[in-house]
Design a protein around this ligand. Sequence first.
Ligand code: FE
Length: 346
Amino acid sequence: MKTIVIFLVSLVAFLSFNVHSKEKNEVNLYSYRQEFLLRPFLKVFEEKTGIKVNVFFTKKGLIERLKSEGKNTPADAVLTVDIGNLSTIANLGLFQTFDSKIISKNIPKKFRHENNLWVGLSARARIIYYSKDRIDLKDLKSYKDLTNKKFKGKICSRSGLHNYNLALLSSMIHHHGEEYSLKWAKTLKENLARKPQGNDRAQVKAISEGLCDLALGNTYYMGKMLENPKQRGWAASTGIFFPDQKGVGTHVNLSGAGITKHAKNKENAIKLIEFLSGDLAQHMYAHVNHEYPLKKGVNLSLIVQSFGKMQDGIDKGSFKQDLTSLPKLGSLREKAIRIMQKAGFN
Ligand code: FE
């Protein structure tokens, strides 16, 4: 009996030590990135390093959550799909600077915060989806053409207050000012075929169904749709147009990561971001999610290569990208929200 008790006590001690040590080798992540996109990356990281990644996925309220949790936040790192969110968190003092030779080597300086409060991990362009049957490409040059009276009742849009559209409007404020941007939002609203609704893919579906001819959307969704048997037909009827090639360039946004001010597993968080900036993860961003990888030497997916090449900045392909507004997107976000509201866009 005594032996059994001793055995059980040691077993419990052994197990709790194991649980404890496992707890130590972990990293807690708050993510705006969708779980199905992120899981394949994290699985590889866990297998390679033995560090467990606990993820809290959310669509909204992540910044409020970080603020209210303060020192007690379980989050070590934050992953978002919009540079505006990263800047907001940085401006609130909720990120800490981090130093990693690997990250600095992998990701060019122009895609990192000046004090390394966040780092970009992938890029996406916000382009114009157009109906291949009903739109003459001669009518498209810039984002401004979407406000042409010719397109009255021909445009579909997701919410004007979605991060992706707010970032585009922020870049417009940066280049052309508030008055221009308000007029753009108001006249674009007058051209809408229906009340703003759905995500980017829903706009392509609407174009394929003839509900509208034009919409704004991110490049990678076209790749994702072409790979999806149910959505391939939508994508096939729709083309991608890179606006403002003769002007400031097509609007580009970044997905990226930062380390929280009160991170308890900072070293592991750095390791995770190093991994996400490395060849394997960058290859996955490019080939699993059809984004533009930021690390030099990582190739685009074949589908993205077919969209057209890029000129400068992200040194792949040859379309002109607007990178000058990137550092301003965070600080202009509040103005963009007010303009969308003033225009009654939604
Ligand atoms: Fe997205």
